[in-house]
Design a protein around this ligand. Structure first.
Ligand code: DGY
Length: 320
């Protein structure tokens, strides 16, 4: 039997699946585990399963001599240090594909919420201020038939582009490391430079992974290129954005609004300047958070972990 440590409480059926192969210990204290506790609690584990967010780097890995496999319940893996894993012969896996449609739904939810000012007007109704509704001052802007610019055309980008094209009649632009001829053909999406995309798009949607090349990608210069009527959506990682520059752009009217699922610091501090703005919709990193998708992700992560521990890495979604 293997020994598996989970950094959080797993769905019951996922835990049952794992216990056929392993002794499973869960961190069930209801607060995030810190790295000292993790080093102690997982000292004898062959495998670890963890949701995105808990960082695993060289210093921690050195304290986990038995570890052979680590499985994140997320598609993003910027909390991992793949070079450290390679040095210690640890194989890491993640959960792509099962969340694509769900994250695309959230992307559209943010686009619609910012454009139609849903959060702001919801608050107006709750505050008993419907009667004071200031007419055209509370009007939003259209999503349908406008131009969408997707930065990072992976699988989630494609799912967003499909919704845009087929559901909303939008014109789709994209920028990516490599061109996607199939997407261009099937969805009529047009490849443009990053700068062109910023200048033309009515909605700039960031879906890139966090890498050295995308860290701070949306800086003051990038926001300055956007139209004053444009909306910025971030469903990638907070560190892709200079939040001070975003705050300036939003508070000076240089852009119309923003919808944010991710932040440089999570949870975002309650006194963060972005929280004081009317034209921002914020959600707590819930791109994939529907009950079904989160369960599917947890099960895929568990299957990945067992596949690697059993020497069947070909059956797992291994991080490159
Ligand atoms: C992930 O899984 O990496 C995403 O952040 C989903 O919300």
């Amino acid at each position: 039997m293997f020994s598996i440590f989970s950094t959080h409480v797993l769905p019951a059926h996922v835990k049952r699946y794992l216990t056929d192969f392993a002794e499973v210990t869960e961190w069930n204290k209801g607060i995030p585990i810190d790295s000292d506790e993790l080093a102690r609690a997982a000292a004898h584990a062959d495998g670890i399963i963890t949701p995105g967010g808990t960082p695993f780097g060289e210093a921690l890995i050195q304290q986990l001599p038995k570890l052979r496999a680590i499985s994140t319940i997320s598609v993003g893996y910027d909390h991992f240090d793949p070079a450290a894993f390679r040095r210690h012969n640890i194989m890491a896996t993640h959960t792509p594909e099962v969340l694509d449609e769900t994250v695309a739904d959230l992307t559209f939810a943010l686009m619609l919420s910012v454009a139609r000012r849903i959060a702001e007007l919801d608050k107006l109704v709750r505050d008993g201020r419907w009667g004071e509704q200031p007419g055209s001052a509370s009007f939003g802007i259209d999503v349908h038939h406008r131009t969408l610019g997707i930065v990072g055309m992976g699988r989630i980008g494609e799912a967003v582009a499909k919704r845009a094209k087929h559901g909303f009649g939008m014109n789709v632009l994209y920028h990516n490391r490599t061109r996607k001829p199939a997407v261009e053909q099937e969805l009529g999406a047009t490849y443009v430079s990053f700068e062109e995309l910023l200048e033309i798009a009515d909605f700039v949607v960031l879906l890139t992974p966090l890498t050295p090349a995308t860290k701070g990608l949306m800086d003051a210069q990038a926001f300055a290129r956007m139209k004053s009527s444009a909306i910025f959506i971030n469903v990638s990682r907070g560190a892709t954005v200079d939040e001070q520059a975003l705050y300036e752009a939003l508070s000076t009217g240089a852009i119309y609004g923003a919808g944010l699922d991710v932040f440089q610091e999570e949870p975002v501090p309650v006194d963060h300047p972005l929280l004081s703005l009317r034209n921002v919709v914020l959600v707590p990193h819930i791109g994939s958070a529907t009950a079904k998708t989160r369960e599917d992700m947890a099960m895929l992560a568990a299957q990945n972990l067992i596949a690697v521990l059993e020497g069947r890495a070909r059956d797992a979604k291994v991080i490159p």
